[in-house]
Write a protein that binds this ligand. Structure first.
Ligand SMILES: [Zn+2]
Length: 483
C-alpha cells in the first residue's frame, strides 16, 4: 500500500493582533525514510504513526512538505495558498496513493478562507478521486465543518485537553485508514450540532467521565471513533461551535442517533463544563492564604490560542500588591530579553516589560530588574507532563527578579505547555504563587506539584468574556451567547 502523509495547520484567533504569515509557519519536512522518533513536533505524530505502521506491514510512505504555526491572528492568504499549493504539488507527484493521512489543526482561518483546512481537504479529494482513503487527525479545538466531513473518509479529533493523546489518536487514524483501504471497514461519519460552545477540561468532571464514555463506546456496535469537537471560541466563522462526531462502520442511522444522544448529554452538562475564572486579585488572595504552591493559569493571554503572551494584567497586580515568593512566565518580550543579555547575569537595570503588542496586552511595566540568568535558545522541559526530555522551544530567555516575583522573559512566543522555570534556574515548586501563560496545556506538568490550580480572567485576546468580542460570522442561537 502507498500512503501519503503530511501536516498543515494553525489555530486562528480572529480577535488576536498578530498576523500569521508564511514566516510564522515552522516547516516540518521529515527526512525521507527517516526514523519515526525524529517527529517531535506535537502535530507531527501522524507521520510517526504512519511510518511505524509502514515499517511493520511493509507499506510505502511519501511525506509532503508540511508546516505548522504557533496560534495567532488571521492567517494571510499568501501563507495559506503557498502552503496548500506546495502540499498539493507533493501529493500530485506522489500519485497514485491508497491513503492520504493528514495531521491538521482544524481551526485555521485565512484571509478569504473561513475553513482553510476544509478547503485543503476538498482540493485533496479532487486530486485523488473517490477511491483513495482520505483520513485526518485534528485538534479538538478545530471547527468541524460540512466541507471537512464531505471531503474526508475518516476524521478523528484529540480527546484530551490538555492534549496528551495526540500520538494515540494518530495511531487510530492510521489503523482505520488502513482497514478502510483494505475494505475491511466502510467508515461513515455522523455529526450532531448542539448549538453551543464551551471550554472542556478533561482533567476535571464532568468532561473526564464524558471522555471515558466516548472511549468505551468505540470498538463495538460498529462504532469506530467518537469525537467531542470542542470548537474554538476565539475563531469567528460561520460553522463555529461544539460538535459531536461519530464514525461507524457503515451504520449511518445508528451513528446519527448516537451523535444526537451524546450531543444532548453535552447540552445537559454544559453549565458545569467551564472552570471558575476568577479575578487576578482573587487568585492572589487565595495564594496568600494557602500553604504550598498555587498555580494560576493566565488563560486569556495564552499564546497557544493566538494571544500575544505579553499582557501585564496579572503581573501588574502582583507587583502593585508586593506579592512575594512568586513566579510568572513566559512573558514574551524579545526586546527586554536583548537588554538582559546585554546587561548580563547579576546586573540590575531599569526595564520596560510586556504590554507592547496591542491594547489586549495591557500597559507596559517599568520595573527595576535583577537579571538572574540568561539562556540562549532555551527549551522548556516536561512538556505535557512527559518528562525532562519532552522539550519545547522558548527562544533566548532571561530570568529576572522584580520585587518578590521571578519572571521568565522569552523571545520565541510560546505558551507554558511545560516547565519554563527550571531551565532558567527558578525553583517554582518552592514558590507560593506561580502564574503561567497557558489555558490548560500547562496542567500535566504543573498540577502534580501544586496544592491548587486556579484560572484567572483578564481582558487579553483569549478573554472568557465572549460577549465582549466583535463576532461577525458565527451563527445566531449559540449558547452561551443567546440565553
Ligand atoms: Zn487544542
Amino acid at each position: 500500500m502507498r500512503i501519503f502523509a503530511a501536516i498543515l495547520g494553525t489555530e486562528t484567533n480572529t480577535f488576536a493582533p498578530l498576523p500569521t504569515g508564511l514566516a510564522e509557519f515552522e516547516p516540518i519536512e521529515p527526512t525521507p525514510g527517516g526514523p519515526p522518533d525524529e517527529m517531535k513536533h506535537p502535530f507531527a505524530q501522524i507521520i510517526r504513526a504512519v511510518r511505524e505502521r509502514a515499517r511493520r506491514d511493509g507499506h510505502e510512505v511519501v511525506c509532503g512538505r508540511g508546516a505548522f504555526a504557533t496560534p495567532g491572528g488571521l492567517t494571510t492568504r499568501r501563507a495559506y495558498e503557498t502552503l496548500r499549493d506546495r502540499l498539493l504539488d507533493d501529493l500530485r507527484a506522489a500519485l497514485p496513493v491508497d491513503i492520504v493521512a493528514l495531521g491538521l489543526h482544524g481551526a485555521m482561518i485565512a484571509d478569504g478562507y473561513d475553513d482553510a483546512e476544509g478547503d485543503f481537504l476538498a482540493h485533496v479529494r479532487r486530486l485523488v478521486g473517490p477511491q483513495t482513503i482520505v483520513a485526518a487527525e485534528l485538534d479538538l479545538h478545530g471547527h468541524l465543518t460540512q466541507q471537512k466531513v464531505d471531503s474526508a473518509d475518516i476524521l478523528v479529533f484529540f480527546k484530551e485537553y490538555p492534549h496528551t493523546d495526540i500520538y494515540e489518536r494518530a495511531v487510530e487514524v492510521v489503523d482505520l485508514a488502513v482497514a478502510a483501504a483494505e475494505k475491511r471497514i466502510k467508515p461513515v461519519m455522523s455529526v450532531f450540532d448542539p448549538k453551543m460552545i464551551s471550554v472542556f477540561h478533561s482533567s476535571r468532571e464532568p468532561t473526564r467521565s464524558f471522555v471515558d464514555r466516548m472511549t468505551a463506546l468505540e470498538g463495538r456496535d460498529g462504532v469506530l471513533s467518537v469525537s467531542l469537537v470542542h470548537g474554538f471560541p476565539w475563531g469567528d466563522c460561520p460553522e463555529f461551535g461544539t460538535k459531536i462526531l461519530v464514525v461507524t462502520d457503515n451504520r449511518k442511522a445508528y451513528g446519527d442517533a448516537l451523535a444526537e444522544q451524546l450531543g444532548r448529554d453535552v447540552i445537559a452538562m454544559r453549565e458545569k463544563t467551564l472552570a471558575d475564572y476568577m479575578t487576578p486579585d482573587h487568585a492572589i488572595d487565595v495564594a496568600s492564604n494557602t500553604q504550598g504552591c498555587v498555580v494560576v493559569a493566565d488563560s486569556a493571554d495564552n499564546p497557544g490560542g493566538g494571544a500575544a503572551g505579553d499582557s501585564t494584567f496579572v503581573l501588574a497586580r502582583m507587583i502593585a500588591r508586593g506579592v512575594a515568593d512568586a513566579a510568572l512566565g513566559p512573558l514574551w518580550d524579545p526586546g527586554a530579553v536583548a537588554h538582559c543579555f546585554a546587561a548580563g547575569e547579576g546586573a540590575r537595570l531599569a526595564l520596560r516589560i510586556g504590554g507592547k503588542t496591542s491594547a489586549a496586552s495591557g500597559d507596559p511595566l517599568d520595573v527595576e530588574a535583577l537579571v538572574l540568568k540568561c539562556v540562549r535558545d532555551a527549551k522548556m522541559i516536561d512538556a505535557f507532563g512527559r518528562g525532562e526530555k519532552a522539550t519545547a522551544l522558548m527562544g533566548d530567555s532571561a530570568a529576572i527578579r522584580v520585587g518578590g516575583v521571578d519572571i521568565v522573559l522569552n523571545a520565541c512566543r510560546t505558551q507554558a505547555m511545560g516547565d519554563v522555570f527550571t531551565p532558567l534556574g527558578i525553583d517554582w515548586r518552592a514558590k507560593r504563587l506561580v502564574v503561567v501563560k497557558s489555558s490548560q496545556h500547562f496542567y500535566a506538568a504543573y498540577a502534580p506539584s501544586a496544592v491548587k490550580v486556579l484560572y484567572v480572567q483578564t481582558p487579553a485576546s483569549m478573554t472568557m468574556d465572549w460577549n465582549s468580542l466583535p463576532f461577525r460570522k458565527r451563527p445566531d442561537g449559540v449558547w452561551p451567547f443567546e440565553r
